[in-house]
Design a protein around this ligand. Structure first.
Ligand SMILES: [Fe+2]
Ligand SMILES: [Fe+2]
Length: 412
């Protein structure tokens, strides 16, 4: 999963205090809050819905939200997924690669057993020399990507909350369950290879990086509509594309700075993410085909709440605004930017032919379609306004991952 997928729409998903994207009064991981992670421009005006509820009860708005996505757990809707299982077998599983055919982290890094002590030492010195050329901004983006990848247990758990497609026993034979396990196995290589590279490079405070991973997995992630496969597949389609963009941009940039080995690693990860994106985009396209009204309403639901980035809860124990700073660094470096968020949305609208939907749509479905299709222009206008309004100078922000060396970022 993703990513320097930090930034997002309008003024980017430069998320907010305590790096969660949530108002500081809200504790999403504890309270099950479904607050919208705000863009920087709107953060001061938002209130946590669970925080304003009285006597511990959920607000009417939250109840409505929950009722909306819980309708997707009705037997007739889950039956759609059951009917699609042969389709998933034929169209999703072939996008996974078997363990003996796909690259492994050992292919990407010096092999101590094959090279012998002297050869390994020499290869490590070469790796370190190349890594010296990677600027701190790109290193910070790389760590953000790696930390996000390393929180894989969170994402596998997330997939196993989707009713109708989850792996109920942990070893189910359904196509959906085999997809989840195969996808997780592929994803597992991403954090592994990045972590090993970073360790060998000698440029990072690995203990700080590892603490950040530890805390992120402990914190989890707040997912809108956490058990609905419709919403979940839309979310993951978005995320896989965001991840591919982020790793792909990192690959290009570090290659330009002379680190071909790291570029190869990031490029290989980006290629995996593209396959994953293709699979999830296909399944959502199928849902748009067989159940367009429910699909477009689920998409509108997710976009109204924004696509929360998986690393939104990252915390290094030092920087209270780590995620916002990381997002700003990704924006500044061009690794993942506000316009990427809009670009992904535009791409998915085209892929799923949302604009062409008409047959079989309810009034609510038509409103959802119109909302989704108008959203990219709205985001673009917000980007332009934010750009005109805020012309701030970059601020040096220290990152503990790189021994508190500062990276210049524009903070909103
Ligand atoms: Fe990944
Ligand atoms: Fe992926």
């Amino acid at each position: 999963m993703s990513t320097a997928a930090a930034a997002a729409a309008a003024t980017a998903v430069t998320m907010s205090p305590r790096s969660t994207g949530y108002p500081s009064s809200c504790k999403p991981s504890n309270a099950g809050c479904y607050c919208k992670p705000p863009a920087a421009a709107t953060i001061s005006t938002l209130r946590c819905r669970s925080a304003v509820s009285t006597k511990g009860g959920p607000t009417a708005g939250r109840r409505e939200e929950e009722e909306e996505w819980r309708r997707y757990l009705a037997p007739e809707r889950l039956e759609v997924l059951a009917q699609l299982e042969p389709w998933a077998e034929a169209n999703m599983l072939p996008l996974l690669k078997p363990a003996d055919e796909v690259w492994q982290p050992a292919d990407m890094l010096p092999d101590a057993a094959a090279l012998g002590a002297d050869g390994f030492h020499e290869a490590c010195l070469d790796l370190r020399a190349r890594a010296e050329g990677v600027p701190d901004a790109q290193l910070v983006c790389l760590v953000g990507n790696m930390v996000t990848e390393e929180a894989l247990p969170t994402y596998q758990s997330m997939s196993n909350r989707f009713e109708g497609t989850r792996d109920a026993t942990g070893a189910d034979g359904t196509a959906w369950a085999r997809w989840i396990r195969g996808w997780s196995a592929e994803e597992n290589r991403h954090g592994d290879v990045l972590s090993r590279y970073m360790y060998l490079s000698g440029r990072l405070d690995m203990r700080q990086v590892e603490r950040t991973v530890h805390r992120l997995i402990s914190s989890g992630m707040a997912m809108h509509a956490p058990a609905s496969p419709y919403h979940g597949f839309i979310y993951v389609s978005f995320q896989e594309r965001a991840t591919a963009i982020s790793h792909g941009n990192t690959a290009r940039q570090v290659r330009a700075h002379g680190d071909a080995a790291l570029a190869r690693i990031c490029g290989a990860i980006a290629a995996d993410e593209k396959r994953h994106e293709a699979a999830y985009t296909r399944v959502v396209a199928k849902l748009f085909e067989v159940d367009p009204d429910a699909a477009v309403r689920a998409m509108a639901y997710m976009m109204r709440r924004r696509i929360t980035m998986p690393a939104a809860l990252m915390d290094d124990g030092r920087d209270a605004d780590l995620f916002a700073h990381y997002a700003a660094a990704a924006q500044q470096a061009g690794v993942y930017t506000a316009s990427d968020y809009r670009g992904i949305l535009e791409h998915l609208i085209r892929q799923w032919r949302v604009e062409e939907l008409s047959a079989g749509l309810s009034g609510e479905g038509r409103r959802a379609r119109d909302y989704v299709c108008a959203l990219p222009d709205k985001i673009r206008r917000m980007e332009e306004k934010a750009h005109d309004r805020v012309r701030k100078e970059p601020t040096p922000v220290p990152f503990s991952w790189i021994f508190d060396r500062p990276v210049s970022v524009v903070l909103h």
